[in-house]
Design a protein around this ligand. Structure first.
Ligand code: HEM
Length: 483
């Protein structure tokens, strides 16, 4: 096996700044892929693509994966060759946990059935509709009350934002939200977090070293955790099963259970209900709440941008009201900032690995059936051919000369193609309503004694790229300024 090292162009000796290629330690590869070093994020790609082109192979121990770099290449593969790159990679630890059930790590016909059902049920329960907007706004209001309780004093937003976003999923699943101190809600979140974050090895390690989880004994803990969570969810579902009424299905769980009843012995079984539910929690919670957290951090860093959003809202939103989805078209600047937050924060830098269901001939390369494919979304979101200042936070990437919002092709944080994010519509609703709702009520400032220049925009690497731990001060916006 060939090991290839490229020094970080800034000459830093910090391991997070190292740019290392093929089969190195997990930390190094993550750093490359995650573009951990903001200054060098595109440089490494340039260096590697200069040597290997935009399609190259990396070796993770005995495992080979093909990397796709740059927007044009990713688009060519995931859209123009949608079927050929349309499977999810087979990751042994996830197979062991999910038994191939659910959406995110399932395959073939089962995946198709679960994805189709979930999308249509999410639509029935309001994805993109007013009913869901009302539920999200209810959550935004609870969050505002929570933020107000700090009276402008510094606090950490991580847990409460996570809880608020989880609660939106809960209300889609069960038809109602939980109070933040409800013991059922707290137990559910504890069990979910223990699976997502608290396993002895981080999930991305399983991704790259699939067998390592088993060797280290970590899989035992993961499997224990999952069976505890499984039992808890089954109990919650059971309560719904007993209340099932065909004409009054209150949420996703009811709709799924009704299918179980109407179509026994099909894919609509308990296992698929549990893992589809968990896919909605795990896909839909940390991603969205992390993006909002990046947003608040960036607003503290760039108060002039924050002020422009608040001025825009003052112009188009009635005094005392929160922004609604219908206001979006009147808020091009806010829209541009939210898009730029997603582009800049780049929270899923490597996408989620795909695989080839059959041999593929792509751009002159023969890629065998079953090869893991890594679409490096970071190389599209920071592609120098598509963005004026790829490494700077610059909302004008999404504005024309007249200040109108403009869509950009290379904006693909939800990925593209067959297995693109299923929750994109919901996530966009949530990002707009949470972010603009919070900015309508508060000015976000660094804690006393911390200058905006001290705020660290370096990402912490986990399943997603998250902001480093930090505190925020949510200072209530003076009502007088709205008149
Ligand atoms: C800012 C928020 C979000 C981001 C950046 C994000 C990003 C992604 C990405 C990059 C993928 C991989 C797609 C691929 O393989 O091409 C994905 C898949 C997925 N996402 Fe999201 N996501 C977000 C929010 C959500 C929400 C709110 C939900 C659920 C309600 C969700 C559910 C899923 C599911 C189920 C998949 C697997 C799809 C499949 O395999 O068919 N995501 N997401």
């Amino acid at each position: 096996m060939q090991w290839h090292f490229i020094d970080c162009p800034d000459g830093s000796s910090d391991s997070r700044h190292l740019v290392v290629q093929t089969g190195c330690k997990q930390r190094c590869w993550q750093s490359i892929a995650a573009a951990h070093c903001l200054d060098c994020s595109s440089t490494w790609r340039l260096q590697l693509s200069k040597i290997y082109g935009n399609v190259f192979t990396v070796h993770f121990g005995p495992r080979k994966a093909v990397v796709l770099a740059g927007y044009e290449t990713i688009k060519d593969a995931l859209l123009n060759h949608a079927e050929e790159f349309g499977e999810r990679a087979e990751i042994p630890i996830f197979r062991k946990i999910t038994q191939g059930k659910g959406i995110s790590f399932s395959h073939g016909e089962l995946w198709k059935t679960m994805r189709r059902f979930t999308l249509s049920t999410l639509r029935d329960f309001g994805m993109g509709k007013r009913a869901l907007e009302i539920r999200i706004l209810e959550e935004v209001n609870s969050l505002i009350k929570y933020f107000e309780s700090y009276r402008g004093k510094p606090f950490d937003t991580k847990m409460i934002l996570n809880n608020a976003v989880s609660n939106v999923i809960c209300s889609i699943l069960f038809g109602e939200r939980f109070e933040y101190d409800d013991p059922v809600f707290l137990t559910l979140l504890k069990l979910i977090n223990q699976n997502i974050n608290k396993t002895p090895l981080a999930p991305q390690l399983y991704n790259f070293y699939p067998s390592l989880g088993f060797l280290s004994g970590a899989s035992k803990t993961v499997l224990q955790n999952i069976s505890e969570l499984n039992a808890f969810l089954q109990k919650l579902f059971q309560e719904h099963k007993e209340e099932l009424n065909e004409n009054d299905l209150t949420g996703f769980v009811d709709a799924f259970l009704m299918k179980q009843k109407q179509k026994p012995h099909t894919a609509f079984d308990n296992g698929n209900l549990v893992f589809t539910t968990l896919d909605l929690f795990s896909g839909g919670t940390e991603t969205t709440s992390t993006t909002v957290r990046w947003g608040l951090l960036l607003m503290m860093k760039y108060p002039e941008i924050q002020r422009k959003i608040q001025e825009e809202m003052n112009r188009v939103i009635e005094p005392g009201e929160l922004p609604k989805l219908e206001d979006r078209k009147k808020m091009p600047y806010t829209e541009a900032v939210i898009h730029e937050i997603q582009r800049f924060a780049n929270i899923v830098p490597m996408g989620v690995s795909r695989s080839t269901p059959s041999d593929v001939n792509f751009r002159g390369y023969v890629i065998p059936k079953g090869t893991e494919i890594i679409p490096l979304l970071t190389t599209a979101l920071k592609d120098e051919a598509h963005w004026k200042t790829p490494h700077q936070f610059n909302p004008s990437h999404f504005l024309d000369a007249n200040g109108n919002f403009v869509r950009r092709e290379a904006f693909i944080p939800f990925s593209i193609g067959r297995r693109a994010c299923l929750g994109e519509g919901l996530a966009k609703m949530e990002l707009f309503l949470f972010f603009s709702g919070l900015l309508r009520k508060f000015v976000f400032q660094p804690p006393p004694g911390v200058d905006k220049s001290d705020l660290d925009l370096t990402a912490d690497v986990g399943f997603t790229l998250t902001p480093m731990p930090h505190l925020v001060c949510a200072v209530p916006v003076n009502e007088q300024t709205w008149h």
